[in-house]
Ligand binder design. Structure first.
Ligand SMILES: Cc1ncc(COP(=O)(O)O)c(C=O)c1O
Length: 442
């Protein structure tokens, strides 16, 4: 029987692509058909150097044999097990390994399927945690301007990227935002953590004074904000947030969806900055981006608050059909093994100074108004084209792709986050090609 297919004028039409200029894309599609290590192969057979680890997720590079084999093996052995009231050893094994690399004090893992779901889970856990302890009035959630916490309702409510929020109605009530920490007037071209702006954490005291600490459940921030175009925490800022939240009994959630799994040269940003949150949201690098999976990591205090009541009762009415999916768990284990065997977190730390120097060599090129970096993250901010915000950076992205490098842009900021396996000559190629693009950009 032939398939009942309607003829369409454009066979790219059916797939409504996420966070994409669909009409522009479909006129001139950019397709990847294969990948290996640091490179993608395009549909017209070109090699493209991956300057973004996919979407901040393929930290070990592409099509790594150990991960591929683990997925194949697991799919053939135990494809799925019910996530509720049943278990399978692979998910427990991965949880133990995650705790093994997490900061001391983080002891439990709740599985999700994405960063967005990790955020929703953590926000719900925060509110339910206080209620379980008899502080049910603590329902307010505090995010930050320009924060990105995925795309679900909780995440966009605490998030602070205007375009992700403004067309989606009233969002969650009871949410406030800290100011962002982007201070180009005093911090432009800082190498690593900027000097100025720790005092912005004191705004939390103002919010506490306004509402009363007894109404606030949690503060959620990205330790390093990625999707908004890389905003770094000023020196002392995260420490202050921790001190103020602790003083007022407010949970601190680090959204580590991009900072987790070696991006800064430590397993998590919590270790890099030596600040212990109550919960960490993760995804992406957890499975090297290969299979959707996320996880919320919590302290024993958060977990134990739920472990009351009759033992036959479900303690937390929350979870996903695919929480701890066997194939995703197997991919997670193989990913962690790859990170460890190749010492990729240490590698990222070792190569970060070279990355920093290469990136800052772009200073002085046309349109460059700021450069920011930390670990294997880099951002180059461009002066917007007059009257056409985002267009200059988007043109840079298109030109870069033509010249064989993959970068990402958000607004007029170019963001890069290469796989942690990147070699020095590949850094030279990435930054050198970008320099060439910037020189020819209108
Ligand atoms: C900090 C942060 N949180 C949450 C998310 C959402 O993750 P996902 O796209 O897997 O839902 C992202 C994605 O970029 C992120 O960077």
């Amino acid at each position: 029987m032939p398939l009942d297919r309607k003829a369409t004028p454009n066979d790219l039409n059916a797939f409504w692509m996420p966070f994409t200029a669909n009409r522009q894309f479909k006129k001139n599609p950019r397709m990847f058909v294969a990948a290996r290590d640091m490179h993608y192969t395009t549909s017209d057979g070109r090699q493209v150097l991956d300057g973004t680890a996919g979407l901040w997720c393929c930290n070990a590079g592409h099509c790594r044999p150990r991960i591929t084999a683990a997925i194949q093996r697991q799919a053939a052995e135990l494809d799925y097990a019910p996530a509720f009231q049943m278990g399978h050893p692979v998910a427990f094994d991965l949880a133990n390994r995650l705790i093994g690399i997490a900061p001391r004090g983080i002891e439990h893992v709740f599985y999700t399927n994405s960063g967005s779901e990790s955020v929703e889970t953590a926000l719900k856990l925060a509110i339910a945690y206080h209620r379980a302890r008899g502080e049910g009035a603590r329902t307010r959630l505090i995010g930050r301007e320009r924060g990105y916490h995925g795309v679900n309702f909780g995440g966009i409510s605490v998030g602070g990227i205007v375009n992700n929020r403004k067309v989606f109605g009233t969002l969650l009530g009871g949410v406030d935002h800290l100011p962002h920490t982007h201070l180009p007037a005093v911090n432009a071209f800082s190498k690593g953590q900027p000097e100025n702006g720790a005092n912005l954490a004191d705004e939390l005291e103002r919010i506490v004074a306004l509402h009363g600490a007894e109404t606030i459940a949690a503060v959620i921030v990205e330790p390093v904000a990625g999707s908004t175009g890389v905003i770094l925490p000023p020196k002392g800022y995260l420490e202050k947030l921790r001190a103020i939240t602790r003083k007022h009994g407010i949970l601190l959630i680090f959204d580590e969806v991009i900072t987790g799994f070696g991006r800064l040269g430590a397993p998590f940003a919590a270790q890099y900055f030596n600040v212990l949150p109550d919960m960490m949201t993760t995804a992406k690098g957890l499975t090297n981006g290969v299979i959707p999976m996320g996880a919320v990591l919590t302290t024993a205090d958060v977990h134990d608050a739920f472990m009351t009541g009759p033992e036959h009762m479900i303690e937390l009415f929350h979870g996903y059909t695919y929480s701890g999916n066997p194939i995703a768990s197997a991919a997670g284990i193989a990913t962690l093994e790859t990170y460890r065997e190749e010492a990729l977190f240490e590698r990222a730390a070792a190569i970060a100074p070279y990355w920093e120097e290469a990136l800052h060599s772009l200073r002085g090129l046309p349109h460059v108004i700021d450069i920011r970096n930390m670990g294997l993250i880099g951002a180059v901010e461009l002066e917007p084209l007059a009257g056409e915000p985002t267009k200059r950076a988007f043109n840079a992205f298109l030109a870069a792709f033509d010249k064989g490098i993959l970068i990402r842009t958000t607004g007029d900021i170019i963001a890069m986050s290469p796989p942690l396996i990147i070699e020095k000559p590949q850094i030279d190629e990435l930054i050198g090609t970008l320099a060439g693009v910037l020189k020819t950009l209108a």
